[in-house]
Design a protein around this ligand. Structure first.
Ligand code: ARG
Length: 460
């Protein structure tokens, strides 16, 4: 026989099995079981504190909720689809523990403020974990950057050799990107750290509840000022998905470069065996699967963001069942982002850098062309003209298979008699990098400064 619904009073017939299955959220909102119990505990303590419930009844409910907490921790709770969601499952389990007094728990509360509370609590905790994992990755970046301040590699624009840079500088660019991610998640915390509890279904309640009390119990910094907003706001989830999308985009760009750079053609880095995989047919293969998978998973996070934005669009106030669609995306995003960060950090930490290969790539190309143009400009040649002269030299070099360093001094003197032997010094890629002292540039001193500031930021 079908279980009588908690809201079944006005119904003569039970709902169809298909409706029960389609409407149920227990298969995924069970991930908020811990938060649901936490929210209920705060609520019942408030009902006791405000004398809405007698101390006797409240204490029985509190004891029952504690039993459920223990059972949850031991994996002893089983949930049923017929009871639809985590909230009604928990109430039913509580009734099994303590009898009909359990029915008093839902006084002055609705599932609408309950589910919003659960989701705020869920995300509040996960945000801390995500931020910590980003910081761990930043620590790995700083460590690697420190080892590679003077590692010279080609810097690219349009994926063409542009100017030589320090690999440490390259790494520190990602440090900054992840720092902005942290700041976005920190701001996200502000909007997650608000208590919807006490908004009830949509309009508040006639019971003399104390919303400050529950907010304090649940460690919320703030309280929703408007009950309609409290039950229908999912901005904090959208912010999370949006922040997670940007974070995954950063990881994906980083992954893309790792994938390229460990290819035979580049050979700048090699992944450790721990973070690589082989092929079932080609014995020689060492594939960057983890980097590819993180790059690939960025797509599903964008999908979750787009899905929830579409769900929320045109949604009238206040609660609508559409809002049940908010959870799977965010749970999956949490489940994706945290391991992506962990795996990426491990992969970066254990990869080896082929410094010679990187340097070599800057010594047989024309990425020092700007150096030469700058040098000519210091001899009084207008930069535009210097650019044209060097452009011509590059063209000839490509024709003759020679570099700018191969051009004899006499030829340089024909361009300008003040050009001296020191020109060859300037053309060296390491010197080119070292000399870029402008604030935030790739000069070794500047990279060291960035690392120093980062270490301060990370309390290292
Ligand atoms: N399972 C529901 C959800 O996730 C809980 C809230 C249900 N509220 C309601 N009025 N049907 O959104």
């Amino acid at each position: 026989m079908a279980i009588k619904k908690m809201w079944g009073g006005r119904f003569q017939e039970g709902s169809s099995k298909l409706v029960d299955e389609f409407g149920a959220s227990i298969s995924f909102d069970k991930h908020m079981a811990y938060e649901d119990l936490e929210g209920s505990l705060a609520h019942v303590k408030m009902l006791k504190h405000t004398n809405i419930l007698s101390a006797d009844d409240a204490d029985k409910i509190i004891a029952g909720l504690h039993i459920l907490q223990d059972k949850l921790a031991n994996g002893e709770l089983t949930f049923s689809t017929e009871l639809e969601d985590i909230h009604m499952n928990m109430e039913s389990l509580l009734t099994q523990e303590i009898g009909d007094v359990a029915g008093k728990l839902h006084t002055a509360r609705s599932r609408n403020d309950q589910v919003a509370t659960d989701l705020h609590l869920y995300l509040k905790n996960r945000l801390e974990i995500v931020i910590d994992e980003i910081k761990n990755l930043q620590k790995v970046i700083v460590k690697k950057a420190e080892e590679n301040v003077e590692t010279v590699m080609p810097g690219y624009t349009h994926l063409q050799h542009a100017q030589p840079i320090s690999y440490g500088h390259y790494l520190m660019a990602y440090y900054q990107m992840f720092q902005r991610d942290i700041e976005r998640f920190e701001f996200n915390k502000k909007h997650t750290n608000i208590s919807p509890l006490g908004a009830a279904a949509l309009a508040g309640t006639t019971f003399p509840i104390d919303r400050e009390f529950t907010a304090k119990e649940l460690d919320f910094d703030n309280i929703y000022a408007n009950s309609l907003d409290a039950v229908s706001d999912r901005d904090f989830v959208l912010e999370f998905l949006s922040n997670a999308s940007i974070l995954m985009m950063h990881l994906s760009r980083f992954c893309e470069e790792i994938i390229l750079w460990c290819s035979y053609e580049f050979g700048y880095i090699e992944l450790s065996d721990k973070y690589s995989t082989g092929s079932s047919i080609m014995p020689q293969k060492k594939n960057p699967d983890m980097a590819e998978l993180i790059r690939g998973k960025s797509g599903r996070i964008y999908g979750h963001l787009t899905a929830l934005l579409a769900t929320m669009k045109s949604l009238p106030l206040a609660y609508n069942k559409d809002l049940q669609e908010d959870k799977e995306g965010v749970f999956d995003a949490v489940k994706t982002v945290i391991p992506s960060l962990k795996i990426f950090a491990g992969m970066l930490d254990t990869l080896t850098v082929n410094k010679d290969k990187m340097l070599h790539a800057t010594e047989h190309d024309f990425s020092n062309a700007t150096e030469l143009a700058d040098y000519l400009a210091t001899k009084g040649i207008p930069f535009r003209k210097a650019h044209a002269i060097v452009g011509q030299l590059v063209f000839e070099g490509i024709e003759n298979n020679t570099t700018l360093s191969d051009i004899p001094l006499e030829k340089y003197k024909e361009i300008n008699s003040e050009i001296g032997e020191d020109i060859y010094q300037f053309l060296q890629s390491k010197v080119a990098v070292q000399r870029r002292h402008s604030l935030g540039g790739t000069g070794f001193d500047q990279v060291k400064l960035q690392i120093k500031n980062a270490k301060k930021q990370l309390n290292l």
